[in-house]
Ligand binder design. Structure first.
Ligand SMILES: Nc1nc2c(c(=O)[nH]1)N[C@H]1C(S)=C(S)[C@@H](COP(=O)(O)O)O[C@H]1N2
Ligand SMILES: [Mo]
Length: 255
């Protein structure tokens, strides 16, 4: 078990952001400890994520919005189950949050819309060589996770999607993705239900998709069905942390 002071120092040394003495002073500051949420039951991993989070991705103005935002990968999951959800406007759809959490949830779209929201205009970069600027609105994942509570051994958020890119019948082509807790708690990490001021279209991931703005396009999982917290990634898909990672892409796709 490492003490708060030890991990603060270790973290600072590896992040290279703060001098050890400065960090030590910070860790003793009552205000800073309050910001960190000390005593509110946050795990060390979560507190570390809040403290050494990645910088914000650049945000743009309305006038920068792309006139056309390409849809890529799956443009319609097209299964009977998904078609039925579209037909009743996702009234029965629920986002399941489970795994290494204190209180598992099944959230409706109305539940998600009632949570603290964030709107951001960002540039989406796909490894296939195109970019587009869009406006996204959704529930911030961080505050939601604080309310749900993560187990101390939770290290990854795994996003399960409705589409099977390979059209496989055994689920081996199901799209999934994963991020670490630093990205999960990043302020620009949102569960987006709106794009450019309108409910998310099927082509862009209706009813809900991840926006994780410090990462490349394939991390932004569309057609979300569940978020599972896990200690390791080897139990999912072929074990590399995502549909495209299983097929050779890098797991860490930071930009
Ligand atoms: N469920 C799911 N999510 C996905 C994909 C996909 O095929 N299925 N494609 C990914 C890729 S490679 C990109 S570039 C973006 C495209 O998002 P867009 O269709 O809104 O442009 O979604 C990502 N998320
Ligand atoms: Mo992509």
């Amino acid at each position: 078990m490492i003490t708060r002071r030890r991990w603060l120092m270790t973290g600072a040394a590896s992040a290279g952001a703060l001098s050890l003495s400065g960090c030590d002073a910070l860790s003793r500051s009552p205000t800073f400890r309050k910001i960190l949420g000390a005593g509110e039951g946050l795990t060390e991993a979560v507190q570390r994520s809040l403290m050494f989070g990645r910088p914000l991705a650049r945000e743009y103005a309305e006038s920068d919005l792309s006139r056309v935002f390409k849809a890529n990968g799956t443009k319609d999951p097209g299964t009977d189950a998904y078609n039925a959800m579209v037909a009743n406007r996702f009234a029965d759809w629920r986002l399941k949050i489970y795994g290494l959490v204190d209180s598992p949830r099944a959230l409706s779209l109305a539940d998600l819309r009632a949570l603290p929201a964030r709107t951001q205009i960002t540039r989406h970069d796909c490894v296939e060589g195109w970019s587009a600027i869009g406006k996204w609105t959704g529930a911030q994942l961080g505050p939601l996770l604080k309310a749900i509570g993560l187990k101390p051994n939770a290290r990854f958020a795994v996003f399960h999607c409705a589409d099977d890119l390979d059209g496989s019948s055994d689920g081996s082509g199901r799209y999934y993705e994963s991020v670490d807790l630093v990205d999960a708690f990043h302020p620009q990490t949102i569960l987006a239900y709106e794009m450019n001021g309108k409910p998310l279209e099927v082509a862009h991931g209706a009813p809900l998709r991840l926006r994780v703005e410090r990462a490349l396009g394939y991390k932004h999982a569309k057609y979300l069905m569940g978020i599972e917290f896990a200690e390791r990634l080897d139990g999912f898909g072929r074990g590399k942390g995502g549909y495209w990672e299983d097929r050779g892409y890098e797991w860490y796709a930071g930009i």
